[in-house]
Design a protein around this ligand. Structure first.
Ligand SMILES: NC(=O)c1ccc[n+]([C@@H]2O[C@H](COP(=O)([O-])OP(=O)(O)OC[C@H]3O[C@@H](n4cnc5c(N)ncnc54)[C@H](OP(=O)(O)O)[C@@H]3O)[C@@H](O)[C@H]2O)c1
Length: 370
Protein backbone atom coordinates (compact mmCIF):
# COMPACT_ATOMS: atom_id res chain seq x y z
CA UNK A 1 0.00 0.00 0.00
CA UNK A 2 1.40 3.43 -0.99
CA UNK A 3 2.00 5.86 1.83
CA UNK A 4 -0.82 8.10 0.70
CA UNK A 5 -3.33 5.27 0.54
CA UNK A 6 -2.58 4.54 4.20
CA UNK A 7 -5.38 5.30 6.66
CA UNK A 8 -3.61 8.44 7.85
CA UNK A 9 -1.48 10.97 5.99
CA UNK A 10 1.78 11.47 7.89
CA UNK A 11 2.87 15.06 8.52
CA UNK A 12 6.23 16.55 9.36
CA UNK A 13 6.50 20.12 10.66
CA UNK A 14 9.54 22.14 9.63
CA UNK A 15 10.18 24.86 12.23
CA UNK A 16 9.16 25.11 15.87
CA UNK A 17 7.73 28.61 16.26
CA UNK A 18 4.34 30.09 17.03
CA UNK A 19 2.40 28.97 13.98
CA UNK A 20 3.98 25.52 13.98
CA UNK A 21 2.41 24.96 17.41
CA UNK A 22 -0.99 26.23 16.24
CA UNK A 23 -0.90 24.01 13.17
CA UNK A 24 0.04 20.96 15.25
CA UNK A 25 -2.99 21.67 17.42
CA UNK A 26 -5.18 22.03 14.33
CA UNK A 27 -4.00 18.70 12.91
CA UNK A 28 -5.35 16.91 15.97
CA UNK A 29 -8.86 17.59 14.74
CA UNK A 30 -8.32 15.44 11.66
CA UNK A 31 -8.59 11.68 12.20
CA UNK A 32 -7.06 11.17 8.74
CA UNK A 33 -3.88 13.07 9.74
CA UNK A 34 -0.99 11.99 11.88
CA UNK A 35 1.80 14.27 13.08
CA UNK A 36 4.87 12.02 12.97
CA UNK A 37 7.94 14.27 13.06
CA UNK A 38 9.33 17.72 13.78
CA UNK A 39 12.36 19.33 12.20
CA UNK A 40 14.34 22.01 14.00
CA UNK A 41 17.70 23.67 13.41
CA UNK A 42 18.50 22.68 16.95
CA UNK A 43 17.99 19.12 18.26
CA UNK A 44 17.04 20.05 21.80
CA UNK A 45 14.49 22.61 20.65
CA UNK A 46 13.05 20.05 18.26
CA UNK A 47 12.73 17.49 21.10
CA UNK A 48 11.04 19.99 23.39
CA UNK A 49 8.60 21.03 20.71
CA UNK A 50 7.84 17.42 19.69
CA UNK A 51 7.12 16.60 23.32
CA UNK A 52 4.85 19.64 23.68
CA UNK A 53 2.78 18.86 20.58
CA UNK A 54 2.82 15.07 20.97
CA UNK A 55 4.94 14.22 17.91
CA UNK A 56 6.76 10.88 18.26
CA UNK A 57 10.12 12.05 16.92
CA UNK A 58 12.20 15.15 16.24
CA UNK A 59 15.10 15.74 13.90
CA UNK A 60 17.95 18.13 14.65
CA UNK A 61 18.05 19.41 11.08
CA UNK A 62 15.59 20.21 8.32
CA UNK A 63 17.53 17.89 6.00
CA UNK A 64 16.86 14.98 8.35
CA UNK A 65 13.15 15.83 8.54
CA UNK A 66 12.65 15.90 4.76
CA UNK A 67 14.70 12.69 4.49
CA UNK A 68 12.43 10.88 6.96
CA UNK A 69 10.76 8.08 4.95
CA UNK A 70 7.82 8.09 7.36
CA UNK A 71 6.80 11.63 6.36
CA UNK A 72 4.37 12.15 3.46
CA UNK A 73 3.90 15.89 3.60
CA UNK A 74 5.99 18.69 5.05
CA UNK A 75 4.40 21.83 6.53
CA UNK A 76 6.90 24.69 6.21
CA UNK A 77 6.54 27.08 9.16
CA UNK A 78 9.74 29.11 9.05
CA UNK A 79 10.11 32.89 8.51
CA UNK A 80 9.08 34.29 5.12
CA UNK A 81 12.68 34.75 3.98
CA UNK A 82 13.30 31.00 4.28
CA UNK A 83 10.24 29.67 2.45
CA UNK A 84 11.79 29.40 -0.99
CA UNK A 85 14.74 27.34 0.26
CA UNK A 86 12.73 25.18 2.65
CA UNK A 87 10.08 24.47 0.02
CA UNK A 88 12.83 23.49 -2.38
CA UNK A 89 14.47 21.30 0.24
CA UNK A 90 11.26 19.35 0.87
CA UNK A 91 10.36 19.03 -2.81
CA UNK A 92 13.89 17.87 -3.74
CA UNK A 93 13.45 15.14 -1.13
CA UNK A 94 10.22 14.06 -2.83
CA UNK A 95 7.79 15.38 -0.20
CA UNK A 96 4.46 17.10 -0.73
CA UNK A 97 4.48 20.62 0.72
CA UNK A 98 2.12 22.96 2.52
CA UNK A 99 3.93 26.28 3.02
CA UNK A 100 2.94 29.11 5.33
CA UNK A 101 1.89 32.42 3.82
CA UNK A 102 3.46 34.23 2.08
CA UNK A 103 4.63 31.33 -0.05
CA UNK A 104 7.83 33.28 -0.85
CA UNK A 105 9.03 36.87 -0.61
CA UNK A 106 8.58 37.60 -4.33
CA UNK A 107 6.82 36.21 -7.36
CA UNK A 108 10.19 35.24 -8.84
CA UNK A 109 10.97 33.04 -5.83
CA UNK A 110 7.49 31.53 -5.96
CA UNK A 111 7.84 30.72 -9.68
CA UNK A 112 11.08 28.89 -8.93
CA UNK A 113 9.39 26.66 -6.34
CA UNK A 114 6.29 26.11 -8.47
CA UNK A 115 8.43 25.05 -11.43
CA UNK A 116 10.20 22.51 -9.21
CA UNK A 117 6.95 21.13 -7.78
CA UNK A 118 5.48 20.78 -11.25
CA UNK A 119 8.63 19.21 -12.68
CA UNK A 120 8.58 16.65 -9.90
CA UNK A 121 4.82 16.14 -10.04
CA UNK A 122 4.53 16.83 -6.30
CA UNK A 123 1.69 18.46 -4.42
CA UNK A 124 2.40 21.99 -3.24
CA UNK A 125 0.15 24.69 -1.77
CA UNK A 126 0.38 27.99 0.09
CA UNK A 127 -1.27 27.78 3.51
CA UNK A 128 -3.87 30.45 2.67
CA UNK A 129 -6.05 29.02 5.42
CA UNK A 130 -8.81 31.65 5.16
CA UNK A 131 -9.95 30.17 1.88
CA UNK A 132 -10.77 26.91 3.63
CA UNK A 133 -12.75 28.35 6.53
CA UNK A 134 -16.31 27.16 5.78
CA UNK A 135 -17.96 30.54 6.33
CA UNK A 136 -15.76 32.14 3.68
CA UNK A 137 -17.07 29.56 1.20
CA UNK A 138 -20.64 30.36 2.33
CA UNK A 139 -20.03 34.07 1.80
CA UNK A 140 -18.74 33.39 -1.69
CA UNK A 141 -21.82 31.30 -2.45
CA UNK A 142 -24.10 34.14 -1.30
CA UNK A 143 -22.36 36.48 -3.72
CA UNK A 144 -22.64 33.94 -6.55
CA UNK A 145 -26.36 33.61 -5.82
CA UNK A 146 -26.68 37.36 -6.39
CA UNK A 147 -27.58 38.32 -2.80
CA UNK A 148 -25.77 41.66 -3.17
CA UNK A 149 -26.30 42.07 -6.91
CA UNK A 150 -23.19 42.74 -9.00
CA UNK A 151 -20.17 42.92 -6.70
CA UNK A 152 -18.39 46.22 -7.28
CA UNK A 153 -15.94 46.98 -4.53
CA UNK A 154 -14.11 45.28 -1.68
CA UNK A 155 -12.70 46.99 1.38
CA UNK A 156 -10.65 45.35 4.12
CA UNK A 157 -8.08 46.12 6.77
CA UNK A 158 -5.70 44.08 8.82
CA UNK A 159 -3.59 45.73 11.45
CA UNK A 160 -2.07 44.03 14.47
CA UNK A 161 0.53 45.77 16.60
CA UNK A 162 3.78 43.82 16.66
CA UNK A 163 4.88 42.90 20.18
CA UNK A 164 8.27 44.65 19.91
CA UNK A 165 10.60 46.39 17.48
CA UNK A 166 12.61 43.14 17.41
CA UNK A 167 9.64 41.11 16.11
CA UNK A 168 10.07 38.88 13.08
CA UNK A 169 7.54 40.95 11.12
CA UNK A 170 9.75 44.06 11.42
CA UNK A 171 12.96 42.32 10.34
CA UNK A 172 13.88 42.77 6.67
CA UNK A 173 16.31 39.84 6.75
CA UNK A 174 13.40 37.55 7.69
CA UNK A 175 11.12 38.88 4.97
CA UNK A 176 9.06 41.08 7.29
CA UNK A 177 6.74 43.94 6.39
CA UNK A 178 3.02 44.68 6.50
CA UNK A 179 2.50 43.62 2.90
CA UNK A 180 4.08 40.18 3.20
CA UNK A 181 2.68 39.63 6.67
CA UNK A 182 -0.90 40.89 6.22
CA UNK A 183 -1.22 42.30 2.70
CA UNK A 184 -1.10 38.78 1.39
CA UNK A 185 -4.39 37.93 3.19
CA UNK A 186 -6.03 41.15 1.98
CA UNK A 187 -5.07 40.65 -1.65
CA UNK A 188 -6.02 36.96 -1.54
CA UNK A 189 -9.48 37.78 -0.16
CA UNK A 190 -10.01 40.64 -2.63
CA UNK A 191 -9.19 38.28 -5.50
CA UNK A 192 -11.48 35.60 -4.12
CA UNK A 193 -14.48 37.94 -4.40
CA UNK A 194 -13.54 40.17 -7.33
CA UNK A 195 -11.17 38.02 -9.35
CA UNK A 196 -7.78 38.89 -10.85
CA UNK A 197 -6.55 42.46 -10.78
CA UNK A 198 -4.98 44.44 -13.61
CA UNK A 199 -3.78 47.57 -11.90
CA UNK A 200 -2.14 48.04 -8.53
CA UNK A 201 -1.64 51.35 -6.78
CA UNK A 202 -0.38 51.87 -3.31
CA UNK A 203 1.88 53.52 -0.85
CA UNK A 204 3.79 52.20 2.08
CA UNK A 205 5.40 53.71 5.11
CA UNK A 206 8.86 52.27 5.52
CA UNK A 207 9.93 52.71 9.11
CA UNK A 208 13.33 52.58 10.79
CA UNK A 209 13.11 48.79 10.63
CA UNK A 210 13.58 49.03 6.87
CA UNK A 211 10.33 47.20 6.13
CA UNK A 212 6.92 48.59 5.14
CA UNK A 213 5.31 49.08 8.54
CA UNK A 214 1.99 50.10 7.07
CA UNK A 215 0.68 49.99 3.53
CA UNK A 216 -2.40 51.01 1.58
CA UNK A 217 -3.39 49.28 -1.61
CA UNK A 218 -5.85 49.97 -4.40
CA UNK A 219 -6.60 47.27 -6.94
CA UNK A 220 -8.50 47.54 -10.20
CA UNK A 221 -9.90 44.12 -10.95
CA UNK A 222 -10.19 42.81 -14.48
CA UNK A 223 -13.96 43.14 -14.61
CA UNK A 224 -13.85 46.71 -13.30
CA UNK A 225 -14.27 46.09 -9.55
CA UNK A 226 -12.11 47.97 -7.05
CA UNK A 227 -10.44 46.97 -3.80
CA UNK A 228 -9.19 49.29 -1.07
CA UNK A 229 -6.95 47.54 1.44
CA UNK A 230 -4.95 48.60 4.46
CA UNK A 231 -2.30 46.64 6.36
CA UNK A 232 -0.42 47.73 9.44
CA UNK A 233 2.12 46.39 11.90
CA UNK A 234 1.81 49.51 14.07
CA UNK A 235 -1.89 49.89 14.68
CA UNK A 236 -4.76 47.66 15.74
CA UNK A 237 -7.45 47.94 13.08
CA UNK A 238 -10.94 46.39 13.12
CA UNK A 239 -9.91 43.52 10.82
CA UNK A 240 -13.13 43.57 8.83
CA UNK A 241 -13.94 43.08 5.20
CA UNK A 242 -16.93 44.30 3.21
CA UNK A 243 -18.02 43.64 -0.32
CA UNK A 244 -20.31 46.22 -1.90
CA UNK A 245 -22.66 45.33 -4.70
CA UNK A 246 -25.48 46.93 -6.67
CA UNK A 247 -28.17 45.41 -4.41
CA UNK A 248 -26.49 45.21 -1.06
CA UNK A 249 -23.33 44.62 0.89
CA UNK A 250 -21.77 41.61 2.52
CA UNK A 251 -19.68 41.92 5.65
CA UNK A 252 -17.12 39.45 6.94
CA UNK A 253 -17.06 40.44 10.59
CA UNK A 254 -13.71 40.51 12.36
CA UNK A 255 -11.46 38.72 12.01
CA UNK A 256 -12.31 38.59 8.29
CA UNK A 257 -9.55 36.05 7.60
CA UNK A 258 -11.23 33.59 10.00
CA UNK A 259 -14.78 34.83 10.23
CA UNK A 260 -17.45 33.34 12.43
CA UNK A 261 -20.05 35.93 11.43
CA UNK A 262 -21.14 37.03 7.97
CA UNK A 263 -24.01 39.45 7.38
CA UNK A 264 -25.72 40.71 4.27
CA UNK A 265 -27.64 43.96 4.04
CA UNK A 266 -29.89 44.31 1.03
CA UNK A 267 -30.51 47.87 -0.07
CA UNK A 268 -34.05 49.20 0.04
CA UNK A 269 -33.72 50.07 -3.64
CA UNK A 270 -31.45 48.07 -5.92
CA UNK A 271 -29.07 49.84 -8.28
CA UNK A 272 -29.46 49.25 -11.97
CA UNK A 273 -26.24 47.27 -12.22
CA UNK A 274 -23.11 48.32 -13.96
CA UNK A 275 -23.22 49.99 -17.35
CA UNK A 276 -19.64 50.55 -18.45
CA UNK A 277 -19.11 54.03 -19.80
CA UNK A 278 -22.56 55.18 -18.72
CA UNK A 279 -23.01 58.62 -17.18
CA UNK A 280 -23.75 58.99 -13.46
CA UNK A 281 -27.13 58.20 -11.92
CA UNK A 282 -30.12 59.88 -13.56
CA UNK A 283 -31.24 63.17 -12.04
CA UNK A 284 -33.86 62.67 -9.36
CA UNK A 285 -37.22 64.00 -10.57
CA UNK A 286 -38.69 66.63 -8.30
CA UNK A 287 -41.63 64.52 -7.23
CA UNK A 288 -43.02 63.25 -3.98
CA UNK A 289 -40.25 60.64 -4.17
CA UNK A 290 -37.56 63.27 -3.74
CA UNK A 291 -39.49 64.79 -0.86
CA UNK A 292 -39.60 61.36 0.75
CA UNK A 293 -35.90 60.96 0.15
CA UNK A 294 -35.19 64.29 1.87
CA UNK A 295 -37.33 63.17 4.78
CA UNK A 296 -35.47 59.87 4.97
CA UNK A 297 -32.11 61.66 4.90
CA UNK A 298 -33.22 63.88 7.75
CA UNK A 299 -34.17 60.92 9.95
CA UNK A 300 -31.68 58.44 8.54
CA UNK A 301 -30.03 57.74 11.88
CA UNK A 302 -33.33 56.35 13.21
CA UNK A 303 -34.66 54.78 10.04
CA UNK A 304 -31.61 53.10 8.54
CA UNK A 305 -31.36 50.29 11.13
CA UNK A 306 -34.96 49.42 10.21
CA UNK A 307 -34.89 50.00 6.46
CA UNK A 308 -31.45 48.53 5.92
CA UNK A 309 -31.61 45.84 8.56
CA UNK A 310 -29.36 42.88 7.89
CA UNK A 311 -31.29 40.67 5.55
CA UNK A 312 -29.13 37.75 6.54
CA UNK A 313 -26.96 36.97 9.53
CA UNK A 314 -24.88 33.82 9.49
CA UNK A 315 -23.03 32.88 12.64
CA UNK A 316 -20.98 29.71 12.55
CA UNK A 317 -18.37 29.31 15.28
CA UNK A 318 -14.91 28.46 13.95
CA UNK A 319 -13.97 24.90 14.84
CA UNK A 320 -10.82 24.78 16.95
CA UNK A 321 -8.25 27.29 15.72
CA UNK A 322 -9.39 26.89 12.12
CA UNK A 323 -6.04 25.69 10.78
CA UNK A 324 -7.18 22.13 10.14
CA UNK A 325 -9.40 23.01 7.16
CA UNK A 326 -6.39 23.70 4.93
CA UNK A 327 -4.75 20.45 6.07
CA UNK A 328 -7.95 18.58 5.19
CA UNK A 329 -7.71 20.06 1.69
CA UNK A 330 -4.10 18.86 1.36
CA UNK A 331 -5.15 15.35 2.38
CA UNK A 332 -8.12 15.41 0.01
CA UNK A 333 -5.87 16.48 -2.90
CA UNK A 334 -3.21 13.88 -2.09
CA UNK A 335 -5.80 11.12 -1.97
CA UNK A 336 -7.32 12.30 -5.24
CA UNK A 337 -3.88 12.32 -6.88
CA UNK A 338 -4.00 16.11 -7.40
CA UNK A 339 -0.75 18.07 -7.33
CA UNK A 340 -2.51 21.40 -6.72
CA UNK A 341 -5.58 22.62 -4.90
CA UNK A 342 -8.29 24.11 -7.08
CA UNK A 343 -9.18 26.38 -4.17
CA UNK A 344 -5.68 27.77 -3.76
CA UNK A 345 -3.84 27.06 -7.03
CA UNK A 346 -0.16 27.86 -7.40
CA UNK A 347 -0.79 30.38 -10.18
CA UNK A 348 -3.01 32.26 -7.74
CA UNK A 349 -0.17 32.29 -5.21
CA UNK A 350 2.17 33.71 -7.87
CA UNK A 351 -0.37 36.35 -8.92
CA UNK A 352 -0.80 37.52 -5.31
CA UNK A 353 2.95 37.89 -4.95
CA UNK A 354 3.11 39.79 -8.26
CA UNK A 355 0.67 42.30 -6.78
CA UNK A 356 2.77 42.65 -3.64
CA UNK A 357 5.93 43.01 -5.75
CA UNK A 358 4.31 45.86 -7.69
CA UNK A 359 3.59 47.64 -4.42
CA UNK A 360 6.98 47.21 -2.89
CA UNK A 361 8.69 49.08 -5.71
CA UNK A 362 6.54 52.15 -5.04
CA UNK A 363 7.10 52.60 -1.35
CA UNK A 364 7.58 55.88 0.41
CA UNK A 365 10.75 57.22 2.03
CA UNK A 366 11.66 56.10 5.51
CA UNK A 367 9.81 57.95 8.27
CA UNK A 368 10.68 57.96 11.97
CA UNK A 369 8.98 55.13 13.83
CA UNK A 370 7.30 55.19 17.23
N1 LIG B 1 -1.37 31.38 9.18
C1 LIG B 1 -1.24 32.22 10.19
O1 LIG B 1 -2.21 32.58 10.85
C2 LIG B 1 0.12 32.69 10.56
C3 LIG B 1 0.32 33.32 11.78
C4 LIG B 1 1.61 33.68 12.12
C5 LIG B 1 2.65 33.46 11.23
N2 LIG B 1 2.40 32.89 10.02
C6 LIG B 1 3.49 32.63 9.09
O2 LIG B 1 4.21 31.52 9.60
C7 LIG B 1 5.61 31.67 9.40
C8 LIG B 1 6.31 31.54 10.73
O3 LIG B 1 5.85 32.53 11.60
P1 LIG B 1 5.95 32.38 13.19
O4 LIG B 1 5.26 33.54 13.75
O5 LIG B 1 5.56 31.03 13.60
O6 LIG B 1 7.53 32.58 13.38
P2 LIG B 1 8.42 32.20 14.63
O7 LIG B 1 7.59 32.03 15.85
O8 LIG B 1 9.54 33.16 14.66
O9 LIG B 1 8.99 30.75 14.27
C9 LIG B 1 9.74 30.51 13.12
C10 LIG B 1 10.51 29.21 13.31
O10 LIG B 1 11.26 28.99 12.10
C11 LIG B 1 12.51 28.40 12.42
N3 LIG B 1 13.54 29.19 11.71
C12 LIG B 1 14.23 28.76 10.62
N4 LIG B 1 15.06 29.70 10.18
C13 LIG B 1 14.92 30.74 11.00
C14 LIG B 1 15.56 32.02 11.08
N5 LIG B 1 16.49 32.40 10.18
N6 LIG B 1 15.20 32.86 12.06
C15 LIG B 1 14.25 32.49 12.95
N7 LIG B 1 13.63 31.30 12.94
C16 LIG B 1 13.96 30.42 11.98
C17 LIG B 1 12.66 28.41 13.93
O11 LIG B 1 12.52 27.06 14.37
P3 LIG B 1 13.82 26.11 14.62
O12 LIG B 1 14.98 27.01 14.82
O13 LIG B 1 13.47 25.33 15.82
O14 LIG B 1 13.99 25.28 13.41
C18 LIG B 1 11.50 29.22 14.44
O15 LIG B 1 10.93 28.71 15.61
C19 LIG B 1 5.77 33.00 8.70
O16 LIG B 1 5.88 32.78 7.33
C20 LIG B 1 4.49 33.75 8.97
O17 LIG B 1 4.13 34.64 7.94
C21 LIG B 1 1.16 32.48 9.69
Amino acid sequence: MGALAAPRVRWGILGTGHIAGEFAMGLRRLPEAELVAIGSREAERGDRFAHAVGAPRAHGSYEALVGDPGVDVVYVATPNSEHRDHNRLALEAGKAVLCEKPFATSAAEAREVVALARAKGLFCMEAMWSRFVPLVGRAEALVREGRIGDPLAFQADLGIVVPSRASRALRPELGGGALLEFGVYLVAMARLFLGPSEETLGCAMVGPSGVDEQASVLLRHSDGGHSALFASLLSQTPGEAQLFGTRGRLRLHAPFYRPHHVSVVTFAKAGEGRAPGAAGPPAVPATWKSALRRLYQRYEAYLSPVVRRPSLDLVIPVEGNGYHHQAAEVIRCLRAGQTESGRMPLDETIAILETLDALRVSRAPVVPGP
